[in-house]
Write a protein that binds this ligand. Structure first.
Ligand code: URA
Length: 272
C-alpha cells in the first residue's frame, strides 16, 4: 500500500526536487525569509461600491435565454453573486475572444478555498471542456498542488486571467492582449472577492502582472521570491506549469516559490 509520504515523495520527484525540500523537516531552513513587496497594491475593482445599483438577478438569464450579448460593466460585476457571475461570464461579449471560443472557462474548485491559483487563460483542451488546466500543464499543476497537500475542488480554487481561449491567426494558443485582460479582469476580481482566499499564487507572468497592475513586460524573475500584496492578501509569483513542461530544469525554483507560499500561508491563516 502506498503511504501519504510515498505519494508526496513521488510528487516532489516530479517537481525535480530531492528530499532536501521535504516540507515537514526542512521548510524553515530551506526556504528563504519572505521579502515584503514594495510594489503598489493592484487596483481592486471587486469591492462593492456603496450606493451602486445591484446587478439585477434576471438580467443575465433573460439575455442568455434570448441569445443576446451582455456587457456588464465593472461596477455591475462587482455586485454579482456566484450564479450571476457564472451566467454573465458564459454569455460575455466584452472582447474579441468571444468570437472564437467554444465556451468560456469560469474556474474550478470550492468557493470556500483558502488557496487561489491563477493561470493565464484557457488553451485548446480547456476551451473544449470548459475546465481550467486539464491538459498536460494541468496534470503538472495537480502534482504541484499535491506536493503542497492541496487538491483542486477540496481546498484550492483554480482560475485564469481571461475566461476565453486566446488564439493567433493560425489558431494557436497565445497570451491575452492587454485590452483582453482589462475586459476580463473584473470577473476574476469578483471571484476573488467572493472566495476571499487567504493567499493567491500567480502562475506565470501574465497572471502576475495582471493581478499586480504591473507593465506587461515586467520580467517574472524580478517578481519571484517576494511576498506581494493583492488588496489585503499575499500573492506569490511562480512559473507557469506549461513553461515548466518546456523547461523542467526550472522546477526546483518553482518548488522554492511554493515553499514560500506555504510559509506565508502558515503565517497568515488562522488555525483550525
Ligand atoms: N494554461 C492556463 O493558463 N490556464 C489553463 O486553464 C490552461 C492552460
Amino acid at each position: 500500500m502506498t503511504s501519504a509520504n510515498d505519494r508526496r515523495a513521488r510528487f516532489l520527484q516530479e517537481m525535480g526536487v530531492g528530499p532536501v525540500w521535504a516540507l515537514r523537516d526542512s521548510r524553515e531552513s530551506a526556504v528563504p525569509a519572505p521579502v515584503i513587496a514594495t510594489e503598489p497594491v493592484a487596483q481592486v475593482l471587486a469591492e462593492p461600491i456603496p450606493g451602486a445599483a445591484a446587478w439585477p438577478v434576471d438580467h443575465v438569464s433573460h439575455a442568455a435565454l434570448a441569445g443576446t450579448s451582455t456587457v456588464p460593466d465593472a461596477v455591475e460585476v462587482a455586485h454579482m453573486d456566484w450564479n450571476q457571475l457564472r451566467a454573465a461570464v458564459a454569455v460575455c461579449t466584452k472582447c474579441r475572444l468571444c468570437e472564437t471560443r467554444t465556451q468560456t472557462v469560469f474556474g474550478a474548485g470550492t468557493q470556500k478555498a483558502r488557496w487561489l491559483f491563477v493561470g493565464e487563460g484557457p488553451g485548446y483542451n480547456e476551451d473544449l471542456q470548459g475546465e481550467p488546466f486539464i491538459g498536460a500543464a494541468g496534470g503538472l499543476l495537480d502534482n504541484m498542488l499535491a506536493a503542497m497537500d492541496l487538491k483542486r475542488g477540496v481546498n484550492a480554487y483554480i482560475a485564469n486571467i481571461v475566461k476565453c481561449r486566446p488564439i493567433d491567426a493560425n489558431g494557436r494558443d497565445r497570451p491575452p492582449l492587454p485590452d483582453e485582460v482589462a475586459a476580463c479582469l473584473p470577473y476574476l476580481e469578483r471571484q476573488i472577492a467572493l472566495i476571499q482566499p487567504d493567499i493567491i499564487v500567480a502562475l506565470g507572468k501574465t497572471a502576475a502582472v495582471s493581478l499586480l497592475g504591473l507593465a506587461p513586460d515586467t520580467p517574472i524573475s524580478t517578481l519571484r521570491g517576494i511576498v506581494h500584496r493583492h488588496a489585503d492578501r499575499p500573492l506569490i509569483v511562480t512559473y507557469h506549469p506549461a513553461y515548466l513542461l518546456r523547461k523542467p530544469e526550472e522546477k526546483g525554483k518553482t518548488w522554492r516559490d511554493l515553499c514560500l507560499a506555504l510559509t506565508t500561508y502558515a503565517g497568515t491563516s488562522t488555525p483550525g
